[in-house]
Design a protein around this ligand. Structure first.
Ligand SMILES: [Zn+2]
Length: 509
């Protein structure tokens, strides 16, 4: 049996969620770039909308949009030119190049990560385990080299060498626009910026569909705060969640792989999560992934990163990871306490004063805490976790509000005015704000299957009885149960079903 990962990639490709870019026309097109088809794009927009409603609006985030291309100076200041590299190794026979840690992890089928190991340790494993080149089978390897992940470019007609780069994170845009945003928005600390944007990393070996890409999308939150007063606002905001349990894989528990559940109070009071602000945001994101994105708690953990794994700018760093049987634990959100590393880097390189005034008129260079969501990975995990099949059918048990098509409308048969009636209902549903779809081709059974396969929560069918009493059937994707409702009540019932998670039986007229 193929695993779910393979099945989801095949389904996504065939039904139009996503597929590799340019490959249909240019066979040798570089890997790690993807096209979102109509279904995938709509689902992605829904995840962004959910994040905006549950995080951005509720937490007072000022969302901005900064360019994808920034001056190279920015990345000199941020340390990316110097520190942002992966470890590369080359096969001496066929000259294929690989990211060392992933080469070993994938060759040995490891579910844990080797990111933090030194060159010597990695080299020792390669020799001891006799790791072979996946392309040609050779065991002759070069030394480990550093490979910078930045895409640099030359902007302008006069440029003879790179003077700019595609951003590898949206953060630097927020950091260099922080002071300006603070002033125009008449900000107070903590001051929060947010960005939805594409980022670019020249991955050595992109793979696993949307998991390791060269161009991907982030949902980032940048919280600038006074490090002398990190509890301001957040002490109070954290209060209702002090007994909420946060799931950590602490660095000392990594060997045994044991997840510790710590209440927010314990995490804060023991000093583990540093301050109220960070603790609050760790709670918020675990809740968002569990309660809004519907990932079961037992599949979520915060993995504490150790020296060598942590990003070069991070004082503290936890990856929010999700578990699937096929991919093991995969990072979905990187949560980092960056201190004033970024701002002071830009002060140094630019020579400009980037401090802002607090309420008492003191000049402050704020610290930065950042939860950064990898959007493509989230979408991919939603699909993997939703995938279901039995002998009869395949269906995506997506959270109803994330489904790319919300309601399908069918005539039972192509006669007796049923298509006209079904089209009319379809148009009404669109006017009511639903994402509706009309289909009359093939048997009704096949039409249901096609909708199940892309996770459409409701199918509405116009049949003989409709013509007599203006009722239609409403069918639930997950249970396949049907109820009859009056056409006039359909929008209200559909809204309840999609937004309030009400069971289909409770919608019968
Ligand atoms: Zn080779």
């Amino acid at each position: 049996m193929r695993d779910i990962y393979e099945k989801v990639v095949e389904l996504a490709n065939r039904r139009g969620f996503f597929w590799p870019s340019a490959r249909d026309v240019y066979a040798g097109a570089p890997a790690g770039f993807f096209v979102y088809g109509p279904l995938g794009l709509r689902m992605k927009d829904k995840i962004i909308a959910l994040w905006r409603s549950k995080i951005v609006l509720l937490e007072g985030v000022h969302e901005i949009e900064t360019p994808n291309i920034l001056p190279i100076k920015v990345f000199e200041a941020s340390g990316h030119l110097k520190h942002f590299f992966d470890k590369l190794i080359e096969c001496k026979r066929c000259h294929s190049r690989f990211r060392v840690d992933k080469l070993i992890e994938e060759s040995l089928g490891l579910k844990e990560h080797l990111e933090g190991l030194s060159d010597e340790e990695l080299m020792r494993i390669i020799k001891e385990k006799n790791i072979r080149c996946p392309k040609c089978g050779s065991t002759k390897w070069t030394e480990i080299k550093k490979f910078n992940l930045m895409f640099t470019i030359a902007v302008g007609a006069e440029a003879n060498e790179p003077n700019a780069a595609l951003r590898p994170e949206t953060t630097q845009g927020s950091v260099i626009e922080f002071r300006k945003s603070y002033i125009v928005m008449r900000g107070r600390l903590p001051f929060i910026l947010g960005q939805v944007g594409k980022v670019f990393r020249n991955e050595i070996s992109p793979r696993r569909a949307l998991i390791r890409m060269r161009e991907f999308q982030q949902l980032e939150i940048h919280i600038f705060f006074n490090s002398d007063d990190p509890d301001r606002i957040y002490k109070e905001k954290l209060e209702p969640y002090l007994d909420y349990k946060i799931r950590f894989l602490r660095k000392e528990d990594r060997e045994i792989g044991e997840i510790v559940e710590m209440t927010a109070r314990e995490a804060l009071e023991s000093g583990y999560t540093i301050n109220s602000l960070i603790t609050y945001w760790l709670v918020l994101y675990q809740k968002f992934f569990n309660e809004s994105l519907k990932i079961p708690l037992e599949r979520i953990r915060y993995r504490e990163l150790i020296e060598g794994e942590k990003a070069h700018y991070a004082l503290a760093h936890w990856d929010l990871e999700a578990y699937t049987e096929d991919l093991g634990w995969t990072e979905l959100v990187n949560n980092t306490y960056r201190t004033d590393y970024d701002l002071s880097g830009h002060v140094k390189v630019s020579g400009n004063d980037l401090r802002v005034s607090d309420a008492e008129g003191r000049k402050i260079l704020p610290h930065l805490y950042e939860p950064s969501i990898g959007l493509d990975r989230v979408l991919f995990h939603e699909l993997m976790l939703a995938y279901r099949e039995d002998g009869e059918r395949t269906w995506l048990k997506l959270p109803r509000y994330l489904a790319p098509i919300e309601i399908a409308t069918f005539p039972l048969m192509k006669k007796d005015s049923m298509p006209e009636k079904a089209r009319q209902i379809y148009r009404e549903l669109i006017k009511e704000g639903f994402i509706a779809f009309y289909d009359e081709s093939g048997t009704i059974g096949r039409r249901y299957r096609r909708m199940d396969e892309i996770g459409t929560p409701i199918c509405v069918t116009v049949d003989h009885q409709t013509m007599e009493d203006d009722t239609v059937t409403m069918r639930d994707r997950d249970t396949m149960k049907q109820v009859r409702v009056k056409i006039t009540n359909l929008p209200e019932k559909a809204r309840k079903f999609l937004r309030e998670n009400i069971a289909i039986e409770d919608l019968q007229d």
